[in-house]
Design a protein around this ligand. Sequence first.
Ligand SMILES: O=P(O)(O)OC[C@H]1O[C@H](OP(=O)(O)OP(=O)(O)O)[C@H](O)[C@@H]1O
Ligand SMILES: Nc1ncnc2[nH]cnc12
Length: 170
Amino acid sequence: MDLNALIRDVPDFPKPGVLFKDITPLLADPKAFGYVVARMAAHYAKASLGAIAAAEARGFLFAAPLALELNLPLVPLRKPGKLPYKTHSFRYDLEYGSAELHMHIDGVAAGARVLLVDDVLATGGTMAAAGKLIEQAGGTVAGCAFLIELGFLGGRAHLPGYEVFSLLTY
Ligand SMILES: O=P(O)(O)OC[C@H]1O[C@H](OP(=O)(O)OP(=O)(O)O)[C@H](O)[C@@H]1O
Ligand SMILES: Nc1ncnc2[nH]cnc12
């Protein structure tokens, strides 16, 4: 399956100097989308996971079908002002700005092994913040799964001690 052909490069989005990896062609191809979810599910099938967590918005696109495939609870990590109940929060930097992620305080059970899922690993700021949220709640990060890793941005270095799985590396 040639996933590369379904990732569109958009230069200078959302800021000059950023080469944006647009996944919408892949999302529009059900065979390719299903293949990505199946590859992630196969990688974590025996990982004894307790939940899957993902940051909005693009992380949800992969985490939701994966949670259904692996029959696991899905935990949304959201930007400020979106979750209605009490939250833990964490501020972080990303390739083109800064942001804050929130998780409901009862989102993850103490001791749960949580898989974090996202479309892109760039600087690693988003995933590192997601990991902190899981750990604040008493869970552990069992792995971090991505469709795309932008290796030249060194995001893995911000995820020390976490298992990192990516289907495509640039
Ligand atoms: O490794 P990082 O430098 O943190 O960058 C990766 C993050 O950036 C993108 O999300 P973005 O915050 O642009 O939000 P979106 O999913 O709502 O488009 C992407 O979906 C990842 O979550
Ligand atoms: N270059 C990039 N392309 C797509 N999503 C991103 N998130 C952070 N950096 C990105």
